[in-house]
Design a protein around this ligand. Sequence first.
Ligand code: BG6
Ligand code: MG
Length: 213
Amino acid sequence: NIKGVVFDMDGVLTETSKAHFEAWRDLSNKLGFNIPDTVGDQVRGISRLESLEIVLSYDAKKRAFTDAEKTSLTDDKNAIYLEKIKAYSKRDLAPGTLELLKYLQKKEIRIALASASRNASFLLKAMEIDSYFDGVVDPSSIKNGKPAPDIFTKAVALLGLPAEKCLGVEDAQAGIESIRSAGLIPVGIGPLEKCQYRFDTLNDFYQALLLNS
Ligand code: BG6
Ligand code: MG
């Protein structure tokens, strides 16, 4: 008797997590250092500015940047990122995404997006899935990012549903924490802890739903 599903986007509906990481790596190289692969998981679900702080912690020179410089660095990262995703289309959806969204719609289960990314609306349109969403949280309206509950709380409010009737689907541990504290049922995609349900891919989640219907 699930009434709604709230999705994260990056790393769930599309594999943009790699592009985010590569953009941070390009930026670090421009600044004269390199970040290890482990930063890829560290920045999952984390806002642009907080991600920058993580990246800068690997700067051997330990430079202190002003707020204005940090804004300009996050702008640089976003420009690099946008270049990487500029040709994104429905071909870049994670396997099973379209089938899953259609299935939920047919079952009259409401669908929302809780992505921290300010590029989310652009990508939903580029990948031609925006029409499936009954609610999309504007991340700039959210005070506390993941792992705080705010973004998932806002998403279920947009759907007009009680949190406990909704699944939250995430690829980031910070996102799972956010889902749990907002009171939704946590579904993890990837190697995550503290999930009610956990799958290796979104398609595995879809197949499990089919089997149980
Ligand atoms: C999240 C990503 O979805 O969005 C993070 O997992 C990213 O890696 C964050 O930093 C903010 O995204 P953007 O596109 O606004 O820089
Ligand atoms: Mg994610």
